[in-house]
Design a protein around this ligand. Structure first.
Ligand code: CMP
Length: 140
């Protein structure tokens, strides 16, 4: 295991329901460090670009509409095995299948409004972090 960086997004349903502090706290308690964070409104074009890999899926339009329906919190997390650790903290994409004690099990409303996004691999993490943060915004 090595020190990795990963991108987390607290989606509009999480921000709207005042869950930002609780979710960031879970990351910190698990030993992940916040190396950059900001609240933004994603434009429709940014959402489409971010989720381009899903552009052929039937839920793509709904997903992009949702991601720009309100502010989101984008965070770069760093730590030992950060990508998997974040995915374990989030739980399965579908909250109905998420394990007890995970963010999605505890907070999420549906597979679409599933509160958090996290990078799934080292290469995607690099691309996703660079999508929202300049290198100079990441604290060393
Ligand atoms: P996320 O981890 O952000 O990556 C892609 C997102 O697409 C996923 O979380 C879900 O929110 C969303 N998604 C995946 N499958 C479906 C689906 N069947 N219906 C609606 N949204 C979905």
């Amino acid at each position: 295991m090595s020190i990795e960086r990963t991108l987390s997004i607290i989606k509009p349903d999480g921000v709207k329901r005042n869950l930002v502090g609780q979710i960031l706290s879970r990351f910190e308690k698990a030993g992940l460090k916040i190396v950059a964070t900001k609240m933004i409104y994603m434009s429709r074009r940014e959402a489409e670009g971010f989720y381009a890999v899903h552009s052929a899926r039937p839920f793509f339009g709904e997903l992009c509409d949702f991601m720009c329906s309100g502010p989101v919190v984008v965070t770069c997390l760093e730590g030992q095995d950060a990508i998997n650790k974040n995915r374990e903290l989030m739980g399965a994409t579908n909250p109905a299948q998420a394990a007890e004690g995970t963010i999605r099990k505890d907070f999420s409303l549906s597979i679409g409004e599933n509160t958090v996004h996290g990078s799934d691999a080292v290469e995607t993490a690099k691309v996703e972090i660079a999508y929202f943060f300049a290198e100079t915004e990441l604290v060393n």
